[in-house]
Write a protein that binds this ligand. Structure first.
Ligand code: ADP
Ligand code: MG
Length: 572
């Protein structure tokens, strides 16, 4: 006798639930998505024990009639998808028709719903019974005792505090995308979040807090085929992880390494290695160019043209950063605080709370914030007067925006890098002939590296050729390098190629240009003449440079006239 049998529908649903419903946060996500799809403008979410014992979501959306109500929690029932063609042009958050069935199979679920001008209905998915009830317009779904009948799953739940945090992560992410929806959340009766419908920027402040909000700038519009919008933070506001990066494709929250690496790439040279930008990035893409049916939780999507998605984000970010004033204002209060902290080691001081580092981001008593969308670039409209240099590191200058300090090594490096990069793009980099060609001895690996990359090396301004088995003859060097030490500069170049072998050619070249630029720049400790200092400032202007060195360090800082007047108590 055969051993194969058809599983019963309850078991099939529980297996499916294993993929869709992992924890209370998954339930919150599915119910939120359904409410948004139903056109809700107001959401109330009441949790008990971080959602482990109860999740209760009420919306004011369109509700369901009796027929739909008795169908909605059956497997593969949906109002959002009709045919195969529809699967490739999804515009709703849901479409798989399995969330409610999955939740119903692993919990005790009740759905109360009322359509405009109709009676309220209550449906118990367990007994499959409906009765009339008085209810507000919209839908309320109550999910009790999640995984009560699947103890193996229940075992994997964490503490209620952790589950709550995960639920709130979902709520905050959706709150960022659906700024027009008011959301109130409680846990065990305590209010955790209460945000009214707001403009996108105000919602960011509501959710991520004022500290991040003050650094957020709106993404500049660009003419790429994929529209990128939203807000990103100025480079001085980074995090040590990617937790404050949100990506929405057609308003669907997605996790995708392609998107986060594109964001990172956009910030390259603006931020330090090992730090991560902050951003709420929206993409609007023709639904037929994405596949949202890539994962049961719908959090992953596939793009038909990954490289244009990547390029659009990189372009949008760079375009935005180039357009703003990135000179750092010196926060005198912060410096004073640090001074005080340093002086009084014995007293315990609480460090300033960084809202999204600890990521319990809701800011209760937020004040109206006034964040400029696109600040005028100070550098373009104002002129500098160089006053001198301090610590053999910083140029001191003034312009109408205040007292400005420039890290001359960082600035010079940025200038040289930009020049090298521009020359390289219109290749080859200008070269100058050595009076006598120089012959250098190289190792076997160096020689192989030279032969493999000879064309690139020529393009970088080194006219060089193999000269015997273990030597290379150098005839020219890049003008910008000067003629000193051609031998060691080529050896370093070969080492750079080998160190960065695994990188893509484009990124490798960039790294090499950065190294060349660093090498030929003034170093901290050098004594610069006023003339040289002026030249640096003028070059920064002339090249219209972003205000960070190619390694991402800032190169300028400013104390505003107002702050100076405050220090000297001319104004209070
Ligand atoms: P999907 O969202 O993929 O369609 P679900 O199982 O989540 O599948 O929901 C099934 C159907 O129930 C939906 O297509 C929708 O018609 C209806 N529904 C679910 N939640 C709501 C709600 N909050 N308001 C109105 N209709 C809802
Ligand atoms: Mg759904």
């Amino acid at each position: 006798m055969g051993v194969i049998r058809q599983l019963d529908s309850q078991l099939i649903n529980q297996i499916a639930a294993g993929e869709v419903i992992e924890r209370p946060a998954s339930v919150v996500k599915e119910l939120l998505e359904n409410a948004i799809d139903a056109g809700a403008t107001q959401l109330r979410i009441n949790l008990e024990q971080g959602g482990i014992s109860s999740i209760d979501v009420q919306d004011d959306g369109k509700g369901m009639d009796r027929d739909d109500l008795t169908l909605c929690a059956k497997r593969h029932t949906t109002s959002k998808l009709k045919d195969t063609q529809g699967l490739f042009s999804i515009t709703t958050l849901g479409f798989r028709g399995e969330a409610l069935a999955s939740i119903a199979s692993v919990s005790k679920m009740t759905i109360i719903t009322r359509q405009h001008d109709k009676d309220g209905l209550s449906y118990n998915t367990h007994t499959d019974t409906v009765h009339t009830i008085s209810a507000p317009k919209g839908t309320r779904i109550i999910v009790k005792e999640l995984f009560y009948n699947t103890p193996a799953r229940r075992k994997y739940l964490k503490t209620s505090a952790t589950e709550l945090r995960r639920c709130m992560d979902v709520v905050y992410a959706y709150a960022l995308a659906y700024h027009n929806v008011g959301i109130r959340v409680t846990n065990n009766g305590n209010e955790l979040c209460n945000v009214a419908a707001a403009k996108p920027f105000d919602r960011i402040v509501d959710v991520l807090g004022k500290e991040i909000g003050q650094h957020m700038i709106s993404i500049a519009p660009s003419d790429t085929s994929i529209q990128v919008s939203g807000h990103i933070a100025k480079p001085q506001c980074t995090r040590t992880n990617r937790r404050v990066q949100f990506f929405f494709v057609n308003k669907r929250l997605v996790t995708n390494t392609l998107l986060s690496s594109a964001l990172q790439r956009g910030y390259e040279q603006y931020i330090h290695h090992g730090t991560y930008p902050v951003g709420v990035v929206h993409m609007t893409i023709d639904p037929s160019h994405i596949d949202v049916n890539a994962h049961p939780t719908k959090a992953h999507i596939r793009f038909s043209d990954e490289s244009s998605v990547y390029r659009s984000i990189v372009h949008a970010v760079r375009n935005t950063l180039v357009g703003i004033d990135l000179i750092r204002n010196i926060d005198l209060n912060a410096s004073q605080q640090q001074l005080d902290d340093n002086v009084s080691h014995t007293t315990t001081t609480t460090p300033t709370k960084r809202v999204s580092d600890q990521w319990s981001p809701y800011w209760k008593d937020h004040q109206q914030s006034t964040i400029p969308v696109h600040e005028q670039k100070a550098s373009e409209t104002t002129s500098f007067r160089v006053l001198g240099c301090v610590m053999r590191k910083y140029i001191v200058a003034e312009n109408p925006t205040g007292l400005v300090l420039v890290d001359f090594h960082a600035a010079h490096e940025r200038i040289n890098y930009t020049r090298l990069q521009r020359e390289y793009d219109t290749a080859p980099i200008r070269r100058q002939k050595l009076v006598d060609p120089v012959v250098i001895e190289v190792s076997g690996p160096d020689m192989r590296c030279f032969e493999q990359n000879e064309q690139q090396i020529q393009r970088l301004g080194y006219e060089a050729e193999v000269f015997g088995e273990k030597s290379i003859m150098i005839r020219t060097v890049p003008v910008i390098m000067g003629t000193c030490q051609p031998a060691s500069s080529l050896s370093e170049l070969l080492a750079d190629y080998q160190d960065n072998e695994r990188l893509s050619p484009q990124i490798r070249t960039e790294k090499i240009l950065i190294r060349m630029a660093c090498r030929m720049s003034y170093m901290a400790g050098d004594e610069l003449t006023l003339q040289q200092m002026r030249h640096i400032i003028e070059s920064l202007h002339e090249l219209d440079l972003a205000f960070s060195c190619p390694h991402g360090r800032p190169l300028m800082a400013r104390i505003s006239p107002r702050d100076l007047d405050t220090i000297f108590e001319r104004i209070r």
